[in-house]
Design a protein around this ligand. Structure first.
Ligand code: FES
Length: 85
């Protein structure tokens, strides 16, 4: 999970076995940085209260968070990563 700032947005690029995904990186529960959490398959676990989100859909898998994570379209050209904001 790689943190990226784009203007005011705090995103992370997630590499899941060579498939890349872009999501917000601030947990929807409080202000934890998800890029410092744990990735298991497509699920990121928040380091603060252990909510779990699917980085593909943004859906919450485990409370206490209840609001999905925002996800973004992404494409890779050569060594550049483009995120559709
Ligand atoms: S800040 Fe992420 S679960 Fe609470």
């Amino acid at each position: 999970m790689h943190p990226v700032d784009v203007g005011e947005k705090r995103l992370m690029i997630v590499n899941v076995n060579g498939q890349f995904y872009a999501t917000d990186r601030i947990c929807t529960h409080e202000e934890a940085d998800l890029s410092t959490g744990f990735l298991t398959g497509t699920f990121v676990t928040c380091p603060l209260h252990l909510s779990r989100f699917d980085v593909v859909s943004g859906e919450v898998q485990n409370a206490p968070a209840s609001v999905p994570l925002k996800t973004y379209g992404l494409k890779i050209e050569g060594t550049s990563v483009y995120v559709q904001l």
